[in-house]
Design a protein around this ligand. Structure first.
Ligand code: PMP
Length: 365
């Protein structure tokens, strides 16, 4: 039997945890610091942990089809209606729902390169085709030294795609789009083109969310996740804030149970712990600055919980750092063979990462 050819999807799943790396190297997992997946170094909120424990006794029951307590809480946080909030199995799941709502077979989407791989995968799962805008090339030049995100870069590549993805802050570079740029992309693309603004790292920037644009526009959807600032990556909870004109669309695209009961309870509790998010954002701001200041390598200004670093041979540097106990992201798979991405850890983790990278750069370069 012939299966669909989705062979280039394998790379996304290649991210490895400490246990696996420790086993490969025959070492103790305790020896490693994982700064390769932009996770929260403080873990989840204690309130979310308690909610997870409480929810455990009810897991023989199916969850609600629509978690109205969570969607209502998110709606009031963002000043939208509950129908606009599409809860899903992680931000990835929310991307799938948007693709499902938007794409007919053969429709094209426009994605950033280098950029978050799942946009293209999700589109292809839904029988869409993928076109790219290259953030390494600034309009009017041959290349962009600093990966600056501009509306022109997107619009120069735009050719009637159904969905345009803007990541703000961007993974893996850390830059962000201004709201003016988002609006320009919306204004200068077709009326039936949706602009998805992915704010997975939105808590780490002081820039306003694109959700504010939804008051006036029905061509923008915003993606958010509990995986980063809320420290709930393992629970798989994310959501899209969608145009008010789509009020009845969620029921048509969601899976019967869009997110688990445990995930929704944890998310609701996490929303009530601003202090935990504030503490995370503060640690990230400190670590980000530390990497910029202390590392003797080119770093890029970041509005997210990671810093992109130019290192020369990214694969060799990431491999040497791994052996020295620090897991970083080799950005070759993003199409950046000379860069690694360092997640902002606790102060101790970040100091260790800078120390190891400094040693490795001396040796490898
Ligand atoms: N968007 C971006 C830009 C990301 O980097 C990620 C996670 N790496 C996601 C969305 C999805 O995250 P999750 O599915 O964990 O919510």
């Amino acid at each position: 039997m012939e299966l669909r050819d989705l062979s280039d999807h394998v790379e996304y799943r290649a991210g490895r945890g400490i246990e696996e790396v420790a086993r490969e190297l025959g070492r103790d997992p305790e020896e490693f610091v994982k700064l390769s997946s932009n996770e929260n170094p403080h873990g989840p909120s204690p309130k979310a942990e308690a909610a997870i424990r409480d929810a455990a006794s009810e897991v023989h029951r199916y969850p609600k089809a629509v978690h109205s307590d969570l969607t209502d809480a998110l709606a009031s946080k963002w000043g939208v209606t509950g129908e606009q909030v599409w809860v899903a199995n992680g931000g990835d799941g929310a991307l799938d729902y948007v693709a499902r709502a938007m794409l007919d077979p053969g429709d094209r989407v426009l994605v950033p390169t280098p950029g978050f791989t799942y946009y293209g995968m999700s589109a292809r799962f839904h029988h869409g085709d993928v076109a790219e805008y290259d953030i390494r090339v600034a309009p009017g030049t041959d290349d962009s030294e600093d990966f600056a995100l501009t509306a022109d870069t997107v619009l120069d590549a735009y050719d009637g795609e159904r969905v345009v993805y803007l990541t703000s802050p961007h993974n893996p570079t850390g830059d962000r789009f201004t709201l003016d740029a988002v609006e320009r992309v919306g204004d200068e693309t077709d009326d039936d083109t949706l602009v998805v603004v992915d704010e997975a790292y939105g808590e780490f920037t002081d820039a306003p969310s694109a959700v504010s644009l939804l008051d006036e526009r029905d061509d923008v959807a915003v993606l958010r996740t509990f995986s980063k600032a809320y420290g709930l990556a393992g629970i798989r909870l994310g959501y899209a804030v969608t145009p008010s004109a789509w009020a009845d669309a969620y029921a048509r695209v969601q899976t019967p149970f869009a997110a688990s009961a445990i995930a929704c309870r944890a998310g609701l509790a996490a929303l009530e712990d601003d202090e935990h998010v504030d503490q995370t954002v503060e640690t990230v701001a400190w670590s980000r600055q530390y990497v910029h200041d202390e590392l003797d390598a080119r770093t890029y200004e970041s509005h997210a919980n990671f810093v992109l670093v130019e290192v020369g041979d990214a694969t060799a540097v990431a491999e040497a750092a791994k052996r020295a106990g620090v897991l970083l992201r080799d950005c070759s798979s993003f199409g950046l063979p000379e860069h690694v991405r360092v997640t902002c850890g606790t102060r101790e983790e970040t100091k260790r990462a800078v120390e190891v990278l400094t040693e490795v750069l001396d040796e490898v370069v």
